[in-house]
Design a protein. Structure first.
Length: 314
């Protein structure tokens, strides 16, 4: 099998695995695990698995310069808080609605780029406008009200995830992706574990099944490995396009496995969000230059664009 086919297979595998993430997360919460317990346990296990994998395969990936390490720590902290928002929101929302709200994080990447004084394309601006009615219709349901606090938390999780991508992409200019992922995931695990121990150190009663949570941790680890292979062989943009399949996997499984149901109005909103994601294929990168400006200039900016990021672990 040539390198391109390996990359395509790896990217599709990553999308499939990541589509399972909210399913197993929701199932763990339904079994009695608190959102903080879910995110703390799965992040810690995934970080340890990645640590052992690199110890056995590529120890050179442990090297990182101080500024890069600082960027990874900040990204991990931001993503950790975002993950707490995500799983708290997931406990209050249907899985399919939650994932649809989370799925437009690339647009928040565009907003962070603007805040960082970088340019974005006209297609990106159009997508920002298009997403507003899609979200409105998605959270408008005459049959069963959508938890507004859950929706706000999920949008907040999407916003923070986008910020962590911007920080990480800056670091990736100088540091290999496995190294960035290791230290970011480790920082995230520390953040959410401290939050779990301080605010709600509670586990479900004895006899509760742990297999969905353990499966969630394994999926988090495996999705990162396949993501590396995809980006390495076919690049970030193509990987992100194939990664859009994650959303489809989640919605289908949520309907079949968890019994989620969307109203006609919500399906219209979902269509607009899906159209928005499809337009990402036409959203070409705007040339970026290294410049001493923007609130993240201390991380030495690379060329970034909101369509360069595959769907990643929440």
């Amino acid at each position: 099998m040539d390198e391109h086919k390996k990359g395509v297979l790896a990217s599709l595998s990553s999308a499939l695995l990541l589509g399972l993430t909210p399913i197993f997360g929701k199932q763990s919460i339904l079994l009695g695990f608190t959102p903080l317990a879910v995110v703390a346990i799965r992040s810690t296990i995934a970080a340890l698995l990645l640590l052992f994998f690199l110890l056995l395969s590529k120890r050179s990936f442990f090297f990182i310069h101080p500024v890069g390490l600082a960027g990874c720590i900040i990204a991990g902290f931001v993503n950790g808080i975002g993950s707490i928002f995500y799983y708290t929101a997931l406990s209050r929302l249907d899985t399919s609605i939650g994932q649809l709200l989370y799925a437009f994080y690339p647009l928040f990447v565009a907003l962070w780029l603007i805040a960082d004084r970088q340019s974005v394309s006209r297609v990106t601006i159009f997508r920002l406008i298009l997403i507003i009615p899609g979200v409105f219709l998605l959270i408008s349901n005459s049959e069963k009200g959508v938890d507004l606090l859950g929706a706000v938390l999920m949008i907040g999780a999407s916003l923070l995830y986008a910020l962590h991508l911007i920080v990480n992409q800056r670091v990736l200019y100088e540091v290999p992706a496995p190294t960035v992922t290791l230290y970011t995931l480790a920082s995230m695990a520390v953040t959410v574990t401290v939050a779990f121990l301080l605010f709600h150190p509670q586990l479900p009663i004895s006899g509760t099944s742990w297999w969905p949570l353990l499966a969630l941790a394994a999926i988090t680890f495996l999705s990162r490995i396949t993501l590396f292979l995809g980006v390495k062989n076919i690049g970030g943009l193509r990987t992100s396009i194939l990664g859009l399949g994650e959303l489809l996997v989640t919605i289908v499984l949520a309907q079949v496995w968890l019994g989620d149901r969307l109203s006609i109005i919500q399906w219209v909103g979902a269509f607009l969000i899906g159209l928005n994601l499809f337009l990402a294929t036409f959203d070409k990168p705007t040339p970026q230059k290294r410049q001493a400006r923007g609130f993240l200039r201390w991380l030495d900016p690379p060329s970034v664009h909101p369509t360069d990021f595959p769907f990643q672990d929440q």
